[in-house]
Design a protein around this ligand. Structure first.
Ligand code: URA
Length: 433
């Protein structure tokens, strides 16, 4: 078998066999297939797609590319949540401690930023000292002791996805349904949780731009998970606007802490409560409505915030930053983006907002780029808000003041104004059970 023939077959619209997929992913994992051939196959899959059978085989090959977590060492029911990626999506930082505060185990393996979207691991690393790499033994013992640990993927865990993820990020091949489904579900199956809640984002800031595509992706992933014996639910949530007001790593951690304190933006709070409700419900803590009340209570009585602080402390992070987020290092420069005209914000291109944040240094353009943790955007106005000519739409933060001009241009071009407020869109479009 040759990588060349597999790429050519997919390029020409053929259906790859399980053996071909296994062979290729084997080569991705052991390094025998070079990056340019991996990138070429990703591009061929991007254009030609995959059948459900091929996507399942790709998922299993990703799952089997490395070690699996020995879940038997963790006591209790384990629930995870995974987002398909969005802008300002800091829900994991809020949802995981809510759920863990009820004794449900959350052994979370998260990703880094991808394309225009942020990643939980990058956000957590903006907390001074926070270790996102733990040994398996440390990970398991932390989950058993305090119910929650959040780490990045270790080298041994679904290593094929790690390689694919990094290459897709820089070769414009992220937004492909089979590549997203196999990436997410390959990791989820290797982590071997009992229950999984998927947050499938839809709209201009997500990889799936329409509700129809998002539902199809949700269905595909739920079916893959069910086939592997997992309890699954997928929520389709709105990403036609950033979630909350903060975009960028430490800015998002600060907003997540505010949300855990009960002072978060209403859209972020509502999506977090809904996700937590389904996680608790799958874990046997009542109907989604009952579980949502529990989720709300965990914020009101401070137990979710305490669980987050316990987790930060256990992973070496500076808890003083969480107690007092004003201690987070600030970007050296800031810049106010002012509206050129007056009107209601009728729609925004959320992906462009993510790209503006990336231009400020909050994400990566190449796999090797270093992140500026304090860089990003605080929105002052969101879709539906009225803005006057000269009024502030957003504040930009960066260590690189030269980046402001292009970020401002992107942001202004991505913000549409009109005479009337737009119709309100739902935050949650549907649930695939
Ligand atoms: N999240 C993942 O883990 N993989 C993707 O491909 C997209 C989002």
């Amino acid at each position: 078998m040759r990588a060349y023939d597999i790429i050519k077959k997919k390029r020409d619209g053929g259906e790859l066999s399980a053996e071909e997929i296994k062979y290729f992913i084997g080569g991705v994992t052991d390094g025998s297939i070079p990056d340019y051939q991996i990138s070429a196959l990703c591009m061929a899959i991007y254009f030609r797609g995959m059948t459900v059978r091929e996507t399942c085989d790709l998922t299993y090959a990703v799952r089997d590319s490395g070690e699996k977590l020995d879940s038997s060492a963790i006591r209790g029911i384990r629930v995870d949540k995974h987002s398909t990626g969005g802008v300002g999506d800091k829900t994991s930082l809020v949802v995981a401690p809510i759920v863990a505060s009820y004794g449900v185990k959350v052994a979370k393996m998260s990703g880094r930023g991808l394309g225009h979207t942020g990643g939980t691991v990058d956000k957590l690393e903006s907390i001074e000292g926070f270790r996102t790499t733990l040994t398996d033994a440390e990970f398991v013992s932390q989950v058993n002791d305090i119910g929650l640990a959040i780490v990045g993927q270790s080298k041994q865990f679904a290593p094929a996805d790690k390689k694919l993820y990094a290459l897709r990020d820089v070769t414009a091949t992220v937004d492909s349904m089979p590549l997203i489904a196999s990436s997410i579900m390959g990791k989820k199956l290797a982590a071997d949780d009992d229950c999984i809640v998927l947050d499938v984002k839809t709209g201009s800031g997500s990889f799936m731009k329409t509700v129809k595509e998002s539902k199809a992706l949700a269905r595909l992933m739920v079916d893959i998970g069910r086939g592997a014996g997992k309890k699954m639910v997928a929520l389709i949530t709105n990403m036609d606007r950033p979630l909350g007001y903060a975009i960028g790593n430490s800015l998002e951690v600060i907003e997540a802490v505010e949300t855990l304190r009960g002072r978060g933006p209403s859209d972020l709070t509502e999506v977090c409560l809904t996700l937590a409700a389904y996680m608790l419900s799958l874990a046997g803590m009542g109907t989604p409505d009952e579980a949502k009340r529990l989720a709300r209570r965990a914020i009101e009585d401070g137990s979710a915030l305490r669980k987050f602080m316990e987790t930060v402390a256990a992973q070496g992070g500076d808890v003083r930053l969480i107690e007092d987020p004003s201690r987070f290092p600030k970007a050296r420069y800031s810049h106010a983006v002012l509206s050129k005209a007056e009107g209601y914000i009728t729609k925004v291109d959320t992906e462009a907002y993510g790209l503006a944040s990336l231009a400020l240094g909050a994400g990566r353009n190449t796999a090797e780029d270093r992140i500026d943790f304090s860089a990003g955007i605080i929105l002052r106005k969101k879709t539906g808000d009225f803005v006057r000519a000269g009024g502030e739409i957003a504040t930009l933060y960066s260590e690189n003041a030269a980046a402001f001009a292009s970020a401002e241009r992107i942001l202004l071009a991505a913000t549409s104004l009109g005479d009337r407020p737009p119709e309100q869109e739902p935050l949650v479009y549907g649930i695939v059970e």
